[in-house]
Design a protein around this ligand. Sequence first.
Ligand code: ATP
Ligand code: MG
Length: 254
Amino acid sequence: MTEKDAGAAGQAAPEPLLVAEKVVSGYIPEVNILNGCDLTLAEGEVVAVIGPNGAGKSTLVKTMFGLIPVRSGSIRLKDAPITNLTAHELVSRGVGYVPQTQNVFPSLSVEENLEMGLYLRPKQWNKRFEFVCGLFPLLGERRKQKAGALSGGERQMVAMGRALMMDPSVLMLDEPTAGLSPKFQDEVFEQVKQINSSGVSIVMVEQNARRCLQIADRGYVLDQGRNAYTGTGAELLHDPKVIELYLGTLAKVD
Ligand SMILES: Nc1ncnc2c1ncn2[C@@H]1O[C@H](COP(=O)(O)OP(=O)(O)OP(=O)(O)O)[C@@H](O)[C@H]1O
Ligand SMILES: [Mg+2]
């Protein structure tokens, strides 16, 4: 049983919040990368997206965040269709996204990076800054420092903090622990749990698949742009096929 399963045992099934159905998308005309992906994130969940390099994990979150056009299929947020809305519109509807790479402005200070996250609602600065610094006290201490001068783990806090400035109901994280030392990776997983406990539902793409499935309510294994396996974190962690095909090879050596 995962940490989350233990907590959720006996509770009613939560409402679907973000639903992607049969999504087809790609970068180059007539070359589809996603070939009919499904993903459901229910209210309060952490959902893991794992799979080999090039499987389409980043493409899936980018598509759900409106950065790549949906060629067919649909995406909805609660009961509202959001297929092919722009990222800007999605942010104003409570969807946050932290990209896999280049997710801070290195020449700007920590504070300026967080301000960029709140450009749609500048009046809420005090309240949101306090919230984000409650989660990541270091960001308050380093508020005047340039983001480019921070360590990888600290930069990841800035990136997550920036997405949290808009008080999202859904946060999509693309490989937040990539390139971090095991100690920092563990901190990020703890922070993700804390963000989730504060009421934010989370889709998390991860290369550290085992650790991610331990904190996830459910997981999706993508392979070649398709759903290969789906289940609770615990089911996937113990599925011999998933272990053989994905968990073994995904245990990257740092
Ligand atoms: N900007 C792009 N233009 C064209 N093709 C792209 C682009 N980005 C990704 N692709 C292709 O889409 C496929 C899926 O890439 P994607 O980045 O979604 O994989 P991923 O599962 O996130 O992999 P990783 O674990 O390496 O991050 C790959 O074949 C990749 O070459
Ligand atoms: Mg990726």
